[in-house]
Design a binder for this molecule. Structure first.
Ligand code: G3D
Ligand code: MG
Length: 180
């Protein structure tokens, strides 16, 4: 399967400006997802104080990607990136049982950010192709999604390796974005 970005996202979002933030612990699969989506799009990696920001730009769509975890001291720098982000994709490594609780607390603190209070949240339970992957329902429970009642959210099983679930996630975002 090739990249799905140019054809799929052009049809999903048209000329609407969309800003999507993709976050998760390192090794969750974010860069792999970005490259899976990149067909026809541009990816830049911008080194910033203490971390890299990857950006995918296509038409009016921009997707910013960065790693969370173990970087509390630079968290204040992130705030400037949060502004006007309409959707958050939070990527979880479904095989990483040991760090599920760290991922959960990172997601919880992210959702407390005032700038993100209107953002819709799509959790990718990634690496579903791996035999040892936790089931999506178990990832949902570990991520504490029952506490997300006042948000527009979903969780979708994905595999960056196989390219599965990504279209479904992007369609969900397109269908759930607040109209402006
Ligand atoms: P990150 O950008 O979130 O840090 P990466 O994560 O995209 O760099 O991926 C980290 C590792 O997980 C890579 O392995 C990558 O191939 C693997 N990976 C990403 N997505 C999937 C997936 O859906 N399924 C499986 N099985 N593996 C995945 P390496 O070995 O290259 O470091
Ligand atoms: Mg990466």
């Amino acid at each position: 399967m090739g990249g799905v970005f140019s054809s799929l996202l052009a049809s999903l979002f048209g000329s609407r400006e969309v800003r999507i933030l993709m976050l998760g612990l390192d090794n969750a699969g974010k860069t792999s997802i970005l490259y899976r989506l990149k067909d026809g799009a541009h990816i830049k990696t911008v080194p910033t104080i203490g971390f890299n920001v990857e950006t995918l730009e296509f038409n009016n769509i921009s997707m910013q990607v960065w790693d969370l975890g173990g970087q509390a001291s630079i968290r204040p720098y992130w705030r400037s990136y949060y502004q006007r982000q309409e959707a958050v994709i939070f990527v979880v490594d479904s095989t990483d049982r040991d760090r599920m609780s760290i991922a959960q607390s990172e997601l919880a603190s992210l959702l407390e950010e005032e700038e993100l209070e209107d953002a819709i949240v799509c959790i990718f339970a990634n690496k579903q192709d791996a035999p040892e992957a936790m089931e999506v329902a178990d990832v949902a429970e570990a991520m504490g999604v029952n506490r997300l009642q006042d948000r527009t959210w979903t969780i979708i099983g994905t595999s960056a390796l196989k390219g599965t679930g990504l279209e479904e996630g992007l369609s969900w975002i397109s269908n759930n974005l607040k109209s402006t």
